[in-house]
Design a protein around this ligand. Structure first.
Ligand SMILES: CCCCCCCCCC/C=C\CCCC(=O)SCCNC(=O)CCNC(=O)[C@H](O)C(C)(C)COP(=O)(O)OP(=O)(O)OC[C@H]1O[C@@H](n2cnc3c(N)ncnc32)[C@H](O)[C@@H]1OP(=O)(O)O
Ligand SMILES: Cc1cc2nc3c(=O)[nH]c(=O)nc-3n(C[C@H](O)[C@H](O)[C@H](O)COP(=O)(O)OP(=O)(O)OC[C@H]3O[C@@H](n4cnc5c(N)ncnc54)[C@H](O)[C@@H]3O)c2cc1C
Length: 664
């Protein structure tokens, strides 16, 4: 029945002020009002309808995305939206498109690596979308190993130009989003060669297509790399292939903030570290961490609402069956994901602060916090995207059979999200970067260099190596100091164990390769410590709203106790806790599930998602699942006629044949 709220009873159970929680989730009242206004604007505009998206063939799907992206731009101009509002609008349109890379990577690359003059020339064109750009780094042969890229940019002093060339098949650019069919320009990463010497990778602005007829320019071969995982999903994006045959660009199209080539062809390295060339990746990894909480909260919202609607077993005296959300096994799978969504939200907020801080320092030529920013963005990107991708899939399973239907919204969400574990740095490769940072820190202990920031705990290494948990009863696990020490001791001990094992190798690189799996685990322990600490720090702030802080304390407890339970082996193996204390942690975890249960629906309502954004019958705000599932089935193209296309060609002859066989 339309207009009935099937989840109303659940909503009445809430023990906290949902509207205040919405503000905590959004980060501020301003962010809440912005998201609320823009998400409704998108939801109420038929131009942004998602109807039938998963059923479109690739060409139509892609054209539909072009239409939406262009329509979004039109609305942005008409409504005179600010940059912040425009970014929100693109977010709520909720369809991967070339504009993600134009705004999310092409522009930031020019801002981060271009000189003032280069920014002055290129940014106004890009801001008005008079040129459309992408980020062309990865090649067919190399992605993770950026130093292994093969595209060359050779300086020609005769003409004051660079010659961009793809010398091998494996040097073909492969994957850049927006490249295949749309971009007119790219920031291309290539080996800089001048005076016969190879100076390694640098970025270059290269025009690819005519601004008149969009044809590839002479020497440029460009196209789409083909269909990707999932129906619809990331196939709205034109990930591309690109080859250069001695394409010439003016010298001033080399991005010259980090290093320059003079008119005479002399290579000049400025005093900023070369690692700034990787700055766009640091920026995007930071945005990916914030985005993890968006994707996970969406899946959790769907699974939680549906778990309250769905009933199986346990009817007594003809009464209703049990809501599946009341099964402890369902809670044990679902509630830690709900808690993780909140945890990732807060660590994302903190990482944004860290990124802003490091950017301001870089502008003042202070490069001291860059290694930590790199380790944090790499590690948290890896941790949060892995947990989110796994979490979305778990939410699909939590919804039983109906979760497998595209109309649940979960298959598409998973297919769109899962490449986040690979793009912007493969998650294992990134963990190994964190491990290098940890090993460097351990090796410098005792050198007088005091570890600071997220690694400050290593400064208390002697205590952390020998302390023991003093938890005696389950509720002792609610003390923040007990928890932080447990996660610090585990991370410190795992790092030190790796460092000790590494020291047994004559060749440190050989040792690093041999111990890589242990090192990656130590990196995970360090990153989990960051997330837990930032959640706990958040709770130390003044949080208004009746019951809001209490709910966040429950979520925080579930987050760290679930991790403690899942990684019990680490905590027990490093000798910080006893098996009795591990069991007390589990008792406390179960108690927290019971506390969370009445608030579950309101905690997902606090995400403030419109039904348009969720795009899920199972996750509908009103819980009216069954009639809508039934209705949606009849919209499938297969149901346009009672008799299937192909009946006369295939089914009928089959039936006839069976008839003949039966008569024999
Ligand atoms: C609101 C707006 C929202 C907008 C959102 C936009 C989001 C859009 C999303 C769109 C979707 C998809 C986009 C996907 C785009 C891409 O995938 S682009 C391609 C990304 N590619 C990668 O990430 C490659 C991964 N590889 C690397 O990062 C590096 O090459 C690697 C770190 C693995 C390097 O390994 P090495 O060869 O060992 O390293 P070196 O180059 O020798 O450098 C070593 C030193 O440099 C330090 N380092 C490394 N990386 C960084 C960095 N990023 N920043 C700072 N420092 C760095 C490293 O620690 C070493 O330091 P040391 O010498 O030890 O002191
Ligand atoms: C949807 C999507 C969009 C993308 N968009 C862009 C874009 O816009 N622009 C762009 O330039 N690129 C883009 N990429 C490319 C992406 O950045 C790379 O695919 C990514 O960096 C991983 O590199 P790779 O493919 O070389 O993986 P590989 O490095 O080949 O990884 C293969 C396997 O080897 C393992 N491995 C590799 N090196 C090591 C090591 N040192 N130690 C241990 N294990 C290792 C990995 O863990 C992985 O399991 C995109 C990719 C995808 C999937």
């Amino acid at each position: 029945m339309e207009g009935v709220d099937y989840l109303a009873d659940e909503r009445k159970k809430a023990e906290f002020d949902v509207n205040e929680m919405k503000i905590v989730w959004a980060g501020s009242r301003h962010n809440f009002e912005l998201s609320d206004r823009i998400s409704k604007l998108v939801a109420n505009d038929p131009g942004f309808s998602k109807e039938g998206r998963t059923m479109l063939p690739r060409k139509e799907l892609f054209k539909n995305t072009l239409r939406k992206a262009t329509y979004a731009w039109k609305r942005i101009i008409e409504l005179r939206l600010s940059e912040e509002e425009a970014a929100k609008l693109r977010h709520f349109v909720d369809e991967p498109a070339f504009t993600d890379l134009h705004w999310g990577m092409f522009i930031p690359a020019i801002k981060g690596q271009g000189t003032d003059e280069q920014q002055k020339k290129w940014l106004p064109l890009a801001y008005k979308m008079q040129i459309i750009g992408c980020y062309a780094q990865t090649e067919l042969g190399h992605g993770s190993n950026v130093q292994g890229l093969e595209t060359t940019a050779t300086f020609d002093p005769q003409t004051d130009e660079f010659v961009i060339h793809s010398p091998t098949l494996t040097s073909s650019k492969w994957w850049p989003g927006g490249l295949g069919k749309v971009s007119t320009h790219a920031v291309v990463y290539a080996r800089l060669i001048t005076n016969g010497k190879d100076y390694g990778i640098n970025g270059f602005i290269v025009q690819l297509r005519s601004l008149e007829d969009h044809k590839p320019l002479p020497g440029v071969t460009v196209g789409d790399i083909g269909l990707k995982f999932g129906n619809g999903a990331y196939n709205t994006m034109d990930n591309g292939v690109l080859r250069f045959d001695h394409v010439r660009i003016p010298r001033d199209q080399m991005l010259m903030r980090v290093s320059q080539v003079t008119r005479e062809g002399k290579y000049v390295q400025s005093d900023v570290p070369r690692q700034l060339l990787y700055g766009t990746m640091v920026y995007v990894r930071q945005t990916i961490v914030s985005d993890a909480s968006n994707a996970l909260s969406r899946a959790v919202c769907i699974a939680t609402r549906y778990s309250a609607v769905r009933r199986q077993f346990g009817s007594q005296n003809g009464g209703q069956e049990i809501q599946v959300i009341d099964y402890k096994t369902q809670q044990n799978r679902l509630f830690p994901l709900l808690a993780s969504a909140y945890a990732f939200r807060f660590v994302g907020e903190w990482l944004k602060w860290l990124y802003t801080d490091v950017t301001q320092r870089l502008q003042a030529n202070d490069f001291s916090t860059l290694p930590e920013a790199h380790a944090c963005t790499a590690g948290l990107k890896s941790l949060t995207t892995t947990a989110t991708a796994d979490g979305i899939e778990e939410c699909r399973k939590l919804c039983g059979g109906h979760g497998y239907l595209c109309s649940s919204g979960l298959p598409e969400l998973f297919a769109v999200y899962v490449p986040a574990c690979t793009y912007e740095g493969d998650n294992t490769v990134l963990l190994l970067q964190v491990a290098r940072f940890l090993m460097k820190t351990v090796s410098q202990l005792g050198s007088g260099k005091k570890p600071v920031g997220t690694i400050a705990y290593m400064g208390r290494i002697e205590h952390l190596m020998q302390c023991r948990s003093d938890v005696k009863q389950a509720k002792d696990w609610l003390k923040p100091s007990a928890v932080v020490e447990a996660f610090e001791a585990r991370a410190a001990r795992m790092s030190v164990a790796c460092a000790q094992n590494l020291s047994k190798f004559d060749n440190p690189e050989e040792g690093f390769a041999e111990l890589a799996a242990d090192l990656a685990e130590a990196a995970v322990a360090h990153c989990q410590l960051i997330v837990v600490s930032k959640f706990i720090e958040k709770l130390q702030q003044d949080i208004p709203g009746e019951g809001v802080k209490q709910q966040l304390e429950v979520l925080c407890g579930i987050y760290y106790l679930f991790l403690l339970h899942k990684h019990q082996g680490d905590f027990l193996g490093t000798g910080y806790i006893t098996s009795k204390q591990a069991s007390l942690a589990n008792d406390q975890l179960r108690a927290l599930y019971s506390q969370l249960r009445p608030n579950a629906i309101s905690l997902v309502d606090a995400f403030n998602y419109t039904d348009h954004f969720l795009d899920s019958i199972l996750g509908r705000y009103d819980g009216n699942v069954y009639p809508k599932l039934y209705e949606a089935a009849w919209k499938d193209p297969l149901n346009q006629s009672d008799i299937a296309d192909g009946f006369h060609e295939y089914i009928r002859p089959l039936l006839k044949q069976q008839l003949r066989t039966a008569r024999l």
